[in-house]
Design a protein around this ligand. Structure first.
Ligand SMILES: [Fe+2]
Length: 358
């Protein structure tokens, strides 16, 4: 099943579960945080480096042999890279039993001793459990540093993690919940991917102001991690701007409604990169308006479409193609440096598309 027909078919396949998030305003906060002692302010290693590993779109289904590739990919990358923080940008699961599927694919993270966080994807609440139930189950796993949902903020996995040096916070990693799907009422109802809501933007702006104030009035370099890319990526491509590296195997599939998060990032002047998943055949980097759009590398197996091989996009009429390779994306920060470097790592160890971003 190719991407274009997927949204509609996914809704049909999953029935009522797919529509449930439309009425969700904000996840109810849980009574207390499960991992209250987990540090969410990270520090550089002795050598002054800090490494973030991003998995995305594992689309895991417990008991499905097509998912073996995803589990192997996660295990191998964790053992080889040994990052300081892991962020999974969603579509963690893709079938029932959904909670069991999440526990299995996240188990290597839970056992690694490495702190990790998630930004849920559109499919993570489409297979029986509500978004709140899925998020609570994930948060209960060892090593997860996501806090409970914030009262009055739309969605569940909105969060902010920090990386500090000797002079205070040097980087902020915002996580947003880009939710699931929505029906936009109008002359003609439009069924599309959800959009970032005002309450999430207000939450981000307040935090951004706070970090700026504590940094002598200077915006703190930040990154935003979430699942569904923003409309501006589509706009940039339509304007003829091309990726500076990586694979561009399909058009981006953002919401049909632009709620202005990109404009807020530009106004606040702190977010340097928007890191997403969602479009499995893309792992590129595209700078636009002073912000880098960065796709993670598809980390899943063959439960869903994917066509990225070791040397690029593999044309195929089917949902997958022989020779596709899963992977992850790596970000490296150096103390005192407002920029970072990033590259793609393929299963087995090949690293490519290194880019230094100031
Ligand atoms: Fe996905």
């Amino acid at each position: 099943m190719k991407r274009r027909s997927f949204l509609k078919n996914a809704a049909v396949l999953t029935g009522a579960a797919a529509v449930a998030p439309h009425v969700l305003q904000a996840c109810a906060p849980v009574a207390k945080d499960i991992n209250p002692a987990a540090s969410r302010d990270f520090h550089y290693r002795q050598d002054g480096s800090f490494t973030v590993l991003q998995f995305t779109d594992t689309h895991y289904i417990a008991g499905d042999p097509r998912s073996e590739r995803a589990l192997n990919c996660v295990k191998e990358a964790l053992e080889s890279v040994r990052p300081d923080l892991v962020i999974h940008t969603g579509d963690i699961v893709f079938g029932r039993p959904d909670i069991q599927s999440a526990r299995e694919i996240l188990q290597p993270l839970a056992e690694s001793g490495i702190p990790w966080a998630v930004a849920l994807g559109n499919h993570d609440s489409q297979f029986g459990s509500s978004r709140e139930e899925m998020f609570a189950a994930i948060r209960a796993l060892p090593g997860c540093v996501n806090l409970s949902p914030k009262e009055g903020v739309y969605g569940c996995s909105n969060d902010a993690l920090t990386l500090s040096g000797s002079r205070g916070v040097e980087h902020v990693f915002y996580l947003f919940d880009s939710m699931d799907e929505v029906v936009l009422k109008g002359e003609e109802d439009i069924h599309c991917y959800d959009y970032i809501r005002h309450s999430q933007i207000a939450w981000y702006r307040a935090l951004s102001e706070k970090f700026k104030a504590s940094n002598g009035g200077v915006p703190v370099p930040s990154m935003a991690f979430f699942h569904i890319p923003l409309c501006e990526l589509k706009e940039a491509l339509a304007a003829g701007i091309e990726p500076v590296c990586g694979n561009n195997g399909e058009p981006p599939c953002p919401s049909r409604l632009n709620s202005g998060l990109f404009a807020q990032f530009r106004e606040m002047g702190d977010v340097k990169a928007i890191v997403t998943g969602h479009d499995h055949d893309c792992d590129y980097v595209l700078p636009y308006g002073g912000i880098h759009f960065i796709y993670g590398r598809f980390s899943g197996g063959d439960t869903i479409y994917n066509h990225l091989g070791p040397d690029g996009y593999i044309p195929s009429d089917g949902p997958t193609a022989p020779g596709t390779v899963s992977g992850c994306r790596i970000f490296r920060f150096l103390e005192g440096n407002p920029g970072f470097s990033t590259w793609v790592r393929l299963y087995g160890g090949t690293e490519k598309e290194l880019l230094n971003i100031e």
